[in-house]
Design a protein around this ligand. Structure first.
Ligand SMILES: [Zn+2]
Ligand SMILES: [Zn+2]
Length: 348
């Protein structure tokens, strides 16, 4: 089969690799759509722990074979990929904190991913979906679940005010979930006017461009002492530092942007956090018990009733064979994009 393989830092190829056969207890998914995640781009630009590796984890397809011990009825079913492979046995798995598993694997990061014609998956890592959902929508279930999980961790309640820092793919999903769950006010910041326009279309009531105005001052006009809930989705240290001043006392801040590990924050940050009695909450992936969690079932409901807008956040579609060019353009900052869908079937 054809696959897109990360060979080394900054080196990605489209080539023939052995077609996987489903292991016992596994199924084989014929990939119909896969989306490029920011983490795929990071693995390409900054390097990764293992090579060679087939990237890709935001994916949808049709189950075409099953391994020993798996019900044949799965064949022909449409499914989303659940990328986290927890052990289901360790202390944290027992608690239902699957993303803190002591011994997890991850599709497209620690084992072969979905930038390929086929992918072999444990039975527990398929999320069957109704056939009427387009594969592109199904591929976007995983990024949606991350946003939904952020709001669950932040204990978001209908009628609250929220500020979303960063209108990239996760930020835009967060905006949609805030709208769906009944936020009273959704404010979004981003340095890209294009991203802010999309955020408005998806439900933001107000947008702020930090490169043009002072965020704190603008926000004060909208929510006085700050938002009930702040969602950090940029991974930029200066933005992280800003989270406290835009959050009301006793408010919550959920952090989902991956920060550069070689930077540090002044301890005045902790002083501010203490004085305002703000809760800082970390978010990693999108899982809760029972696996994979309500984040996943709620996303299906939102896709079926039309409340989650996927069309607006897909900016590009390419055949899988074009992936190396696409990554190169992204790495050289030559491709302004939202979500990019790769389609293995159109492979040359
Ligand atoms: Zn992802
Ligand atoms: Zn575990």
């Amino acid at each position: 089969m054809k696959a897109v393989v990360l060979e080394n830092k900054g080196v990605i190829t489209y080539k023939d690799v052995p077609t996987p056969e489903p292991h016992p207890g596994h199924v084989r998914l014929k990939v119909k759509a896969v989306s490029i995640c920011g983490s795929d781009i990071k693995r390409y630009i900054s390097g990764h722990r293992m090579y060679p590796l087939i990237l890709g984890h935001e994916s949808a397809g049709i189950i075409d074979r099953v391994g020993d011990g798996v019900n044949e009825d799965y064949v022909g079913k449409h499914a989303a990929v659940i990328p986290l492979v927890p052990c289901f046995e360790c202390e944290q798995c027992q608690r239902g904190y699957y993303s803190a598993c002591h011994n997890y694997s991850f599709i497209g990061s620690r084992q072969s991913g979905c930038f390929a014609e086929f992918v072999d998956l444990p039975e527990k890592n398929i999320f069957p979906v109704p056939e009427k959902l387009p594969f592109e929508y199904v591929a976007m279930i995983e990024p949606s679940t991350v946003a939904r999980h952020m709001l669950a961790l932040g204990d978001f309640k209908s009628g609250q005010t929220a500020i979303v820092l960063g209108a990239g793919s996760i930020g835009l999903m967060v905006v949609q979930w805030l709208r769906i769950l009944g936020a009273k006010l959704i404010v979004v910041t981003d340095i890209s006017e294009d991203n802010l326009k999309i955020a408005s279309k998806l439900g933001a009531h107000a947008t702020i461009n930090p490169s043009q105005v002072n965020v704190e001052k603008e926000l004060q006009k909208l929510v006085g002492d700050g938002a009930d809930l702040t969602l950090e989705a940029t991974g930029v240290p200066q933005v992280l530092e800003q989270t406290l001043s835009v959050t009301r006392p006793r408010g919550r801040v959920v952090l989902a942007g991956n920060q550069p590990l070689d930077k540090s924050l002044p301890l005045a940050f902790i002083e501010n956090m203490m004085r305002r009695e703000i809760s800082l909450i970390g978010c990693f992936m999108s899982y809760s018990a029972p696996f994979p969690g309500h984040e996943w079932t709620e996303t299906i409901d939102a896709l079926l009733n039309g409340s989650l807008d996927i069309d607006t956040i897909i900016s590009h579609r390419y055949p899988l064979s074009k992936a190396p060019d696409v990554f190169e353009e992204i790495g050289a900052h030559q491709l302004t994009h939202q979500k990019i869908i790769l389609n293995p079937e159109e492979a040359a």
